[in-house]
Each structure stands twice: as structure tokens, then as C-alpha cells.
Design a protein around this ligand. Structure first.
Ligand code: GLV
Length: 443
């Protein structure tokens, strides 16, 4: 932790955040105001949020077994540390969907962020901009597309230690200052879909990510118990993308005034499935609007679907089970990743999502062939504690954790030493018994 040991490397020295925290404690007596141990972080979130916000962030389908399977899958893969390797500079950079980014981490699309902090999505969008990491905005957001883009630009314009080294290499034609992706929930009114895509493109979101596993919310007992659907309560949040959409408002604005569920019920979680037949049309629209920028399907859990996504013209997929919130008793996302990578990893960008909590998790997902990971609950837990500061603290901690893991495990470069090198850098232990969070807390 010698701060003068900062040889120029491709990545920011994220590890120095550990020193900063130790110094602040040692010299000024200032400790972090909440634990960034993920098990403790979720627990303390319960104290900071009201029930609706807490249960919405943490609800799972059914018994929560898919959520557990996600974590178990990580537990069974073990990293092989190497000795006496020169890791004094690390390279955590990757290139994803046309953007060179300083670390392989994307802010995943999470809706209704005003539940967690008054400024909602402006908070993570700004922090993502500061860190130079891609931010993916949800159609179920509680801020407009345009305002989120501004917050992301504001973050990117802030010069700080961690973004002074990162390099953007935005795609031709995109006007994004910092990489940003738009997650689409597609309703059945094509005019509204096109309007959303046009707004996203105009605001610098240059990847379209269609979610396919959530036309309707899964059966989540902890939300059912408290009728946790904020759109149906007075003073609803989560309609902001619709309420700021000229096409939707022209058609349905009056109804939205009378029925606050109108946007969500018609355009987001409408319960009326689309099929593969619709995808070529959507890709065509996005390509026309964005002049050819990437299209990605989120929600892939089988090799057959990954191949199909490639065949219909997707540039990428997100291997995710929606963090265990949709189908209970399903496979862990990490379990299916290696087969999907084998079938399509050299043809498409593979983003992994579902259960990432630590630097070791990021390392494992990349070793198993993902090109980048998305995080979700982690940043929500952070912003639930201290808004922007909490969100930044959690992200900088994750980046430091990953950077330090690379150092101590003897791996210098994510792309050269880790990506898709599971055979060399990981071992699988099928009998690993995963401690429950309660057992874990006693350790
Ligand atoms: C929405 O994406 C949800 O999981 O609630």
C-alpha cells in the first residue's frame, strides 16, 4: 500500500481505496458508516429502508432457491492463486460493445430507484459516469431518460482519481460521454417502443438491451404479503419514463392521470409475451435509429436460446435469471455460463448477471467466459444507506476488492490472464457446501 508505488498501468489503482479507508480510520478516527461485507450490507439495508423499499430490492421468486443457486454456483468454483508474478501494475480494462472501459463491471438496470434514495437513478448514473463504467437504465426507472443522461454526463465530467486514468473510446455516431445502455421493456404498442428507442439514442444510450424474462413479475411472496406494487399506491413512483414520453402521453396520458398503473400495466410488466418472431423487427428499428449500434437480449439461460439470439442478429446476450426474481428453483446463472460461452462466446458479447457480490465473483465469471458482469443489488444497497456517497463507496470497494484480488492471487491482466481461462485459473468443487447467510454471520 505504498502510495508512491503508482507505476503507470492501464487501470486506475483501485486498490488504494483500501489504504484511504485505513488512513481515514487511523489518522482521523473516521470509519465507514456501514459494512460493505455483502451479507452485513443487506442486513443493514433493512434498517435504513421502509418495508416496501427493502422487500422490493430483495424479493425473490418463491422460496428464493434460484437466488441461492446463483450464490452456490460461485461457491463451488475456487481460484488457483499463483506465486511470484509481477502484478505491480494491473490491467482490468476490457472492451465491451465498442467501449473500452476501465474494469469489467456494468451498472445493471434496476427500476424505481427513488425507493432507495430521493434522487433515484440520478445517483448510480452519476457514480457510473465518474468511474467510467457503463450505466444501464431501466424502462421502469423513476427518472426520465433525459435526466439520467445528464446525471451520467455530470459524473463523467468530474475529475477524480479513479476516472483520471480511464479511457473512453465511444463508438462512431454515439454522443455518449460515458458508456450508457438502455434496457427496454417492450410493450405491444410499437409507436411507444420506437419513441423510447429514439429518446434513448438521442440521450446517448448506444446499446439496446431487451429484457425477455420479465413480461410479468414473478411470484414473490415477500412482495405479495405487503401488496408491494408501488404503482398502485397514491403518489406512485416508477412511471417517469412513460410520463415523460410524448407518444405514450399523447395516447394514454389522460388514463395515466386516472390510473397510476397504466404505464407499468401497458408498457412494462404487461403479462403479454412476445416471441422470437418480433425480434428481427426490433433489431431493425434499433439499427435504423442508432445507425447500427449493438442490440443485446437479457435473460438467456440456455444454449439453445443463446444460439437463437446470435442467429437473429444480436451482438450480445446477458446470461441472467433476473437475480432469482422470476423463476424459482431454476439453475444458477453461473452454472449455465460455460456451455453458453462454448457455443457462442467467440461470436457474441456475453455479459454475466446474477449474484455478483465480490471481486472474486467478478474474476470467476470472467474466467468462465463472460466479457463483463452486471451488478444490481450491491449498488442499491449502497445508495440505500447514503445515497450517492453510499453508492460510490460500494462501487469503489468492489473495484478495490477486484484489483487487490488480482494482485494477491498473482494475475496481472483480466483480458490476458483471466478471461475464458477457467481451465487454468479455477477448480470446481462439486461437493462444496454453501453456508446459509445465518450460519455465515456466526463465523
Ligand atoms: C424488475 O425488474 C424486478 O425484478 O422487479
Amino acid at each position: 500500500m505504498d502510495p508512491s508505488n503508482t507505476p503507470k498501468g492501464p487501470s486506475p489503482h483501485y486498490s488504494l481505496y483500501q489504504r484511504e479507508l485505513f488512513r481515514r480510520g487511523g489518522e482521523e478516527g473516521i470509519l465507514p458508516s456501514f459494512s460493505i461485507h455483502p451479507d452485513e450490507l443487506v442486513e443493514s439495508t433493512k434498517q435504513t429502508l421502509n418495508n416496501r423499499a427493502y422487500f422490493y430490492a430483495n424479493s425473490n421468486a418463491g422460496l428464493g432457491w434460484t437466488d441461492r443457486a446463483n450464490r452456490e454456483a460461485f461457491y463451488r468454483w475456487r481460484i488457483v492463486p499463483l506465486a511470484l508474478r509481477d502484478t505491480s501494475t494491473r490491467d482490468l480494462t476490457v472492451t465491451i460493445l465498442g467501449h473500452k472501459i476501465p474494469a469489467p463491471i456494468i451498472f445493471g438496470p434496476i427500476g424505481i430507484n427513488k425507493l432507495y434514495s430521493p434522487l433515484g437513478e440520478l445517483v448510480p448514473a452519476k457514480v457510473a459516469g465518474e468511474l467510467g463504467l457503463p450505466y444501464c437504465l431501466s424502462t421502469a426507472a423513476s427518472q426520465s431518460i433525459e435526466d439520467v443522461a445528464k446525471a451520467n454526463d455530470l459524473g463523467a465530467s468530474i475529475k477524480n482519481e479513479s476516472n483520471s486514468v480511464h479511457q473512453y473510446s465511444g463508438p462512431n455516431g454515439g454522443n455518449a460521454q460515458s458508456p450508457r445502455f438502455y434496457q427496454l421493456y417492450m410493450g405491444h404498442d410499437d409507436d411507444v417502443t420506437i419513441s423510447l428507442l429514439e429518446r434513448a439514442w438521442k440521450s446517448g444510450f448506444d446499446v439496446c438491451m431487451l429484457t425477455t424474462d420479465t413480461w410479468q413479475l414473478g411470484w414473490r411472496p415477500t412482495d405479495i404479503n405487503i401488496a408491494n406494487y408501488v404503482f398502485y399506491y397514491p403518489g406512485p413512483v416508477g412511471n417517469e419514463v412513460g410520463a415523460s414520453d410524448p407518444v405514450f402521453m399523447k395516447k394514454d396520458g389522460k388514463e395515466l392521470l386516472a390510473d397510476s398503473g397504466k404505464w407499468i400495466d401497458s408498457s412494462v410488466w404487461h403479462g403479454k409475451a412476445h416471441t422470437w418472431k418480433k425480434i428481427p423487427w426490433l433489431i431493425q428499428q434499433w439499427k435504423r435509429i442508432s445507425k447500427g449500434r449493438p442490440f443485446v437480449i437479457k435473460g438467456i439461460q440456455s444454449v439453445a436460446d443463446a444460439v437463437k439470439a446470435y442467429e437473429v442478429g444480436c451482438e450480445g446476450i446477458v446470461v441472467t435469471n433476473h437475480a432469482g426474481r422470476q423463476v424459482d428453483g431454476a439453475i444458477g446463472s453461473l452454472e449455465v455460463l460455460p456451455d453458453i460461452v462454448k457455443a457462442t462466446g467467440d461470436k457474441m458479447t456475453i455479459i454475466f448477471d446474477s449474484g455478483i457480490r465480490t471481486g472474486a465473483d467478478v474474476f470467476k465469471a470472467l474466467a468462465l467466459g463472460a466479457h463483463a458482469v452486471m451488478i444490481g443489488r450491491l449498488y442499491v444497497w449502497g445508495m440505500s444507506h447514503e445515497g450517492e456517497h453510499g453508492c460510490r463507496h460500494v462501487l469503489k470497494s468492489l473495484l478495490a476488492d477486484l484489483d487487490i484480488l488480482m494482485t494477491v492471487a498473482g494475475y496481472r491482466s483480466i483480458s490476458q490472464d483471466v478471461c475464458n481461462r477457467a481451465a487454468d485459473v479455477l477448480r470446481y468443487n462439486p461437493s462444496g457446501v454453501f453456508p446459509s447467510p445465518k450460519e455465515h454471520a456466526k463465523l
